[in-house]
Design a protein around this ligand. Sequence first.
Ligand code: AP5
Ligand code: MG
Length: 192
Amino acid sequence: MLNIVIFGAPGSGKGTQSELIIKEFGLDHISTGDVLRAELKAESELGKIANDYITKGQLVPDELIIDMLAKVLDSKKVSKGVIFDGFPRTIPQAEALKKMLNERGTDVTLMINLHVDEEELINRLLERGKRSGRSDDNIDTIKSRLEVYHSQTAPLAEYYIKEGKHHAIEGVGTIEDIFGLIKEQINATING
Ligand code: AP5
Ligand code: MG
């Protein structure tokens, strides 16, 4: 199985690149942000709880996210593998993911860390905010999301470096060029 963690700050292109990776490698896609927004739309209990965190740009508590992820994973008949987008975001989430995958006889194959400078991230998210309808695409929430990313999520890079799975990719440029770099890295890992 090919299990990829796509990692990076808000607006770094995780969702955009996931779509291209899925097309090329035939993987299933799990975006915890998308799952939470679907829960919100369905007005579920989890959706209501999550909404407060999302609107403030904070992380939804680990227990809720890990439980949700396990259910989504079990609901999929995964064949080739999964791209995890926006998960894990904390060390406990990374440990839970490893355990969940190990129990299913597999593991994370590689982690792709998209590097994008802060000014570009803010510009992309403000631009998207004009039409996304996302409650977190406004300047105040964007700033909180970036702070939370630096304090709670960025340290995860170290976790994957220790696992020997971390691959940094320059995330500024055309979507196609960035995908080219990602594809090269995935192929090198598979064939390595
Ligand atoms: P989530 O939905 O994961 O949002 P995020 O991490 O803030 O990132 P985005 O989805 O905004 O950006 P992206 O990296 O996917 O970039 P995209 O491809 O869209 O999480 C939202 C919230 O849910 C969190 O704040 C938290 O509250 C909660 N949550 C989710 N997961 C959680 C977890 N595991 N634990 C706890 N809480 C969790 O691109 C952005 C824009 O840029 C787009 O408009 C795109 O068209 C454009 N773009 C993309 N690539 C390029 C390029 N190369 N050049 C120019 N523009 C580009
Ligand atoms: Mg996204």
